[in-house]
Design a binder for this molecule. Structure first.
Ligand SMILES: *[C@@H]1O[C@H](CO)[C@@H](O)[C@H](O)[C@H]1NC(C)=O
Ligand SMILES: *[C@@H]1O[C@H](CO)[C@@H](O)[C@H](O)[C@H]1NC(C)=O
Ligand SMILES: *[C@@H]1O[C@H](CO)[C@@H](O)[C@H](O)[C@H]1NC(C)=O
Ligand SMILES: *[C@@H]1O[C@H](CO)[C@@H](O)[C@H](O)[C@H]1NC(C)=O
Length: 393
């Protein structure tokens, strides 16, 4: 068949010409009809058994499967469960109802520590002169810390035991948020560890957070063993593997998001039960790295930054990030960290794909980091000496 015209002529000829000629002409359209039927049948099958399911992908390589996915109309949406519908309306309403504007908006600094807070003196320098624009909360899970700063005295909340990587870590975060929410003036909530330090002066941090209409929650898709490899199908139907995200624990959150975290029990329960160390298939899942990154990327993706404002150096490629010692603390190091304007994520599969994204706020690229960890207690004096220099903008 050379062209459409030739084909149409052939059709005409079919009606006119008798005998064996007619039969040869018939063959082409029949063949096309069979082909179309076959393709339609296949498309219907693929639609009914979406390509993610083993049935359709069995026939194809996973690459062919991905290509096919793009061509198909979206699979019929799963019908949400009662709990999911309830959860979504609550979240939507919290996000849509404007907050009562506080006349005295404050930032809640929430410290999660086993005991001592080695950088109290540095934080004291940071807070000094800004009374009334912040509040401090301390969750000390093991030992009651000895305080050196007036801003920390009597700021401990009732705490519970915290086991590394377990849901008790998330419970401690929720306990801090709940206590901080009691103060109506708290508009933004910052989670910090005992090894965190401030990278900028108070005004800079305050303006950065207060005027951002998003929460700084780290979230990215890691297909590797330390990302989606930790996912388990027991999380269905609410959490699908494609929705599973990873991110650093250290977040900052606007008030609406803090309330949403308090309101959630559906997704919290899923992570409590199925994202913990020592799951089936020797999966070690850590809820503090997955619950909030997954939850917010599913329910308010445009409302989070996808990077954490707390810097940490993983470049050594070890199980733990770099810990800065006293001798590391120079103005050059601090300037280097405060001038970073791109966030970097590396996947944990063998590809080790590096994802670099600009840190964009109010439409412009901005320094990504307000805080940093991990600093050994011995660095404090050097940091205090240099504080005015490195926070000077
Ligand atoms: C964060 O990533 C999600 C995709 O997971 C995207 O929809 C959202 O726009 C991103 N947030 C920002 C502020 O760019
Ligand atoms: C935040 O503000 C920007 C404009 O500055 C706007 O484009 C964006 O939609 C807002 N995001 C949210 C989650 O309100
Ligand atoms: C600071 O950054 C520069 C340029 O990337 C690098 O050469 C230098 O080693 C860094 N210094 C420190 C102390 O990290
Ligand atoms: C820090 O600033 C002070 C006063 O501005 C100055 O005297 C000192 O030399 C600076 N230190 C460094 C390491 O630049």
């Amino acid at each position: 068949m050379k062209s459409a015209t030739a084909w149409r002529l052939g059709m005409k000829g079919m009606q006119l010409l008798p005998g064996p000629r007619q039969r040869t002409q018939l063959k082409k359209p029949t063949w096309i009809i069979v082909l179309i039927s076959f393709v339609s049948f296949f498309l219907v099958c693929a639609y009914v058994y979406p390509p993610r399911s083993a049935a359709a992908c069995y026939i194809f390589s996973s690459r062919g499967c991905k290509a096919l996915e793009k061509w198909l109309p979206p699979a019929p949406a799963r019908e949400l469960t009662d709990d999911e519908v309830a959860s979504r309306v609550v979240i939507r309403d919290i996000l849509n109802v404007p907050l009562t504007i506080s006349l005295n908006p404050k930032i809640a600094f929430m410290f999660l520590t086993p005991g001592a807070l080695p950088f109290e003196k540095l934080w004291d320098k940071f807070f000094q002169g800004h009374e009334g624009r912040f509040s401090v909360y301390v969750h000390a899970s093991k030992d009651k810390p000895l305080h050196f700063s007036r801003y920390f005295i009597n700021r401990e909340i009732r705490s519970g035991e915290v086991e590394w990587g377990k849901i008790s870590m998330v419970d401690a975060e929720r306990r801090l948020i709940a206590n901080a929410l009691k103060d109506q003036d708290n508009q933004h909530f910052v989670l910090l560890s005992d090894s965190c330090i401030p990278l900028h002066d108070f005004d800079y941090v305050y303006n950065y957070l207060m005027y951002a209409n998003i929460s700084f929650i780290d979230s990215f898709e890691d297909p590797g063993p330390h990302g989606s490899g930790r996912y388990i199908e027991h999380m269905l139907p609410e959490v699908e593997k494609k929705d599973f995200r990873k991110g650093a624990q250290w977040f900052t959150m606007k008030r609406q998001h803090a309330i949403i975290v308090m309101a959630d029990s559906l997704y919290y329960t899923k992570f409590r039960d199925y994202c913990r160390p020592g799951m089936e298939g020797s999966r070690n899942c850590y809820s503090d790295e997955h619950y909030l990154p997954t939850f917010f990327s599913m329910l308010d993706p445009a409302g989070i930054s996808n990077w954490s404002v707390t810097h940490v150096d993983w470049s050594e490629g070890k199980w733990h990030p770099k810990s800065y010692e006293a001798q590391d603390i120079t103005l050059e190091l601090m300037r280097n960290i405060t001038s970073i304007v791109d966030s970097v994520h590396v996947t944990s599969d063998e590809k080790k794909e590096v994802q670099i994204r600009p840190c964009v706020l109010h439409g412009d690229q901005q320094p990504c980091y307000l805080f940093a960890r991990k600093f050994l207690p011995e660095t404090q004096n050097n940091l205090i000496q240099l504080f005015r220099n490195y926070t000077f903008t």
